[in-house]
Design a binder for this molecule. Structure first.
Ligand code: UDP
Length: 240
C-alpha cells in the first residue's frame, strides 16, 4: 500500500458543505459522510485539523446589509462556526475518533481555547483538532482562518471542500456553459482573475507562506482520502 502524500493537513469545511442541498442548517447525513471521510484519513495516520465555516447559519455580511453593525454581525458568524464545530465533533466521536475543539474566542465550558502548541500536541497524538470561531476577529473569514492556522501548525496543504463543485473553473459553471475546469493555477492568478475560491486576504496569506490548496468536491465519498493520497482530484492552487 502506498503511503499518504501529506502528514498534516488543514481541511476547510464551509458551512454550506455541512448543509447539503438545503443550503441552510446542518444536514445529519451530510455531516456523517464528512465524519466518515475524516475517519478514513485519520486512520492512515494523517494529522487532521479542521476549520469550519458558519455560512449555513449566519454570515456577517448579511447582517451588515440588513443595517447591523458589521463587527457585531461578524461575531454572530463566529459563534455560528462554533455550533458547526460541535456538530462535527459529535459526529466524529460517534465514529470513535478522538477530537478536540479549540475556539479562538474563549468559552471554556464548551471547548478549549486555541493554544497553538496544544493544538500541535493533540495532532501528534492523532486527535482530530477542530478550530472553531474563525480568527476571533471581525472582518475576517474562515478561509483566512484556514490559511492562518495552516501556517501556524505547519500543515503541508489546505484541502478546501466544496459542495457539488469539483474544482476551480474559469467562470461559474452553473451560469456559464463554456466554463472550463482548471487543473492547476497560482494564487496570483486566483487574485488577478478574481476567481471566487477564497477571499483575497486568505489567498495572500497562502501565497506568502507557500501553502498549497486543493479545491475539491466533498459530495463524492472518499475524496478527502484521494486528495491526501496525492490523487489528482479537483484543482491545485500553488504559491509559485
Ligand atoms: N467570521 C469573522 N471572522 C473570522 C471568521 C468568520 O468575522 O475570522 C464571521 C463572518 O461574519 C463570516 C461568518 O463568521 O461571514 C461565517 O464564516 P464564513 O463566511 O467564513 O463561513 P463559510 O463561508 O466558510 O461557511
Amino acid at each position: 500500500m502506498t503511503s499518504p502524500k501529506y502528514k498534516r493537513i488543514v481541511l476547510k469545511l464551509s458551512g454550506e458543505a455541512l448543509a447539503g442541498d438545503e443550503g441552510f442548517g446542518i444536514n445529519p447525513a451530510v455531516i456523517k459522510s464528512i465524519a466518515r471521510q475524516i475517519k478514513e484519513v485519520a486512520e492512515l495516520g494523517v494529522e487532521v485539523a479542521v476549520v469550519v465555516g458558519g455560512g449555513n447559519i449566519w454570515r456577517g455580511k448579511t447582517g451588515s446589509e440588513m443595517g447591523m453593525d458589521r463587527a457585531t454581525a461578524d461575531y454572530m458568524g463566529m459563534l455560528a462556526t462554533v455550533m458547526n464545530s460541535l456538530a462535527l465533533q459529535d459526529s466524529l466521536e460517534q465514529f470513535g475518533i478522538e477530537t478536540r475543539v479549540q475556539t479562538s474566542i474563549e468559552m471554556r465550558q464548551v471547548a478549549e481555547p486555541y493554544i497553538r502548541r496544544r493544538a500541535i500536541r493533540h495532532l501528534e497524538k492523532k486527535r482530530v483538532v477542530i478550530f472553531a470561531g474563525g480568527t476571533g476577529n471581525p472582518y475576517f473569514s474562515t478561509d483566512t482562518t484556514a490559511a492562518l492556522r495552516a501556517a501556524e501548525i505547519e500543515a503541508e496543504v489546505i484541502l478546501m471542500a466544496k459542495n457539488n463543485v469539483d474544482g476551480v473553473y474559469t467562470a461559474d459553471p452553473k451560469v456559464d456553459k463554456n466554463a472550463k475546469k482548471l487543473q492547476e493555477l497560482s494564487y496570483l492568478d486566483l487574485i488577478k482573475d478574481g476567481l471566487q475560491v477564497m477571499d483575497s486576504t486568505a489567498s495572500s496569506l497562502c501565497m506568502d507562506n507557500d501553502i498549497p490548496l486543493i479545491v475539491f468536491s466533498i459530495t463524492e465519498e472518499g475524496n478527502i482520502k484521494r486528495a491526501v493520497m496525492g490523487e489528482k482530484i479537483g484543482t491545485i492552487v500553488r504559491g509559485k
